[in-house]
Write a protein that binds this ligand. Structure first.
Ligand SMILES: [Zn+2]
Length: 346
């Protein structure tokens, strides 16, 4: 269990010479925050000048260095996902299609938002593999929390790309947590400006996926889904929360809406929390109309860290998501990382 100062108690049998055999020693390990950065992860982007360009990771990491946060986290290398891991969520036909179009680098992987480029399969598989490595680090206790900046590709469907998202790392991570780590209830919280439709519809009838999503009202923004009445189907009814926010909603509206997320997680205590913290909900994003500041992202991360400590041993993984104004994504994501760090007092 995490102690108030952010450390996790670990019970181990220490093989100390001369100590009584079998004696249980208890000590504390600091809850390291891992942040995954590297060239292979940055490569997921659709060309210089594109809103989702390959420069996004570098902009974030530069801000981490300017603020000194880079020295307070453990920087970790990206990892590629195996085909079997992609197949935990995606159909074989779709994975093979991405692989084929990755070789030619031509055409679209959806209806016109998500172009193929040479190496798109490897780049997208690296996003997924890095998220799974972060899951493993949290589950084996070598990390308390983690952040993957180029991740949270929440629009991809099991059989199709959508909205700049090729493979849905969130969906793969949910399946992986269940089948590789035998967890049953996962909470997915999404504060990106766009509705996380690829996650929502994949688990709409699944009562063990607790889903909360604050997004710009679908009447004004892609993908047009996520109405308040969409609360899950069948046995899953009530396990999903969609909160459409009006265009130009700011921090005050976010703070007013947020307690419903906490109530949902209190009603369905999770074993692991995923946060998709897309920075395109900040004022000044070129393709959306919300008007939060980075304080909303900091608030969400701080509160979820507290809930993770209460319900699931601190297990919280944050994924960068969208964000197309470079200064905004740098401020929002570094705010999230700072909120994940253990308190330095006490
Ligand atoms: Zn978005």
């Amino acid at each position: 269990m995490p102690s108030p100062n952010g450390s996790r108690r670990v019970d181990r049998l220490l093989p100390v010479h001369g100590s009584p055999p079998g004696r249980l020693y208890t000590y504390t390990l600091p809850m390291t925050v891992r942040v995954y950065v590297g060239e292979a992860l940055a490569r997921y982007g659709f060309g210089e000048g594109h809103p989702f360009g390959p420069d996004r990771m570098g902009v974030f990491w530069q801000r981490m260095q300017q603020t000194g946060l880079d020295r307070r986290v453990r920087a970790s290398e990206p990892v590629s996902a195996s085909r079997d891991d992609l197949l935990r969520f995606h159909t074989r036909a779709y994975v093979e299609r991405v692989e084929a179009q990755s070789r030619t680098g031509s055409g679209y992987l959806d209806f016109g938002d998500t172009p193929a480029f040479p190496g798109v399969y490897e780049a997208a598989a690296t996003v997924v593999g890095t998220v799974l490595a972060a899951v493993d680090a949290i589950m084996d206790g070598t990390a308390g929390c983690a952040f993957v900046p180029i991740a949270g590709l929440h629009h991809a469907r099991r059989d199709m790309a959508a909205g700049f998202c090729v493979f849905n790392d969130c969906g793969v991570a949910i399946e992986y947590l269940r089948h590789r780590h035998a967890l049953s209830r996962i909470a997915y919280v999404d504060i990106d400006a766009h509705h996380g439709d690829g996650v929502f519809y994949a688990f709409e009838d699944d009562p063990h996926l607790v889903f909360a999503d604050l997004h710009e009202d679908g009447r004004y923004l892609y993908p047009g889904t996520g109405a308040a009445h969409e609360t899950g189907t069948g046995e899953a009814r009530g396990s999903k929360l969609n909160i459409p926010m009006p265009p130009h909603a700011g921090d005050a509206e976010f703070r007013d809406a947020w307690p419903a997320v906490e109530r949902l997680l209190e009603r369905y205590p999770p074993d692991f929390i995923l946060l998709q913290c897309g920075a395109d909900s900040l004022a000044g994003d070129p393709i959306t109309h919300l008007a939060y500041s980075e304080e909303s992202h900091r608030h969400a991360a701080t509160r979820l860290r507290e809930l993770a400590g209460r319900y699931c041993g601190g297990r919280l993984l944050a994924l960068g998501g969208g964000g197309y104004n470079r200064d905004n994504l740098a401020r929002a994501w570094t705010g999230v990382v700072e909120a994940l760090l253990p308190d330095e007092t006490g």
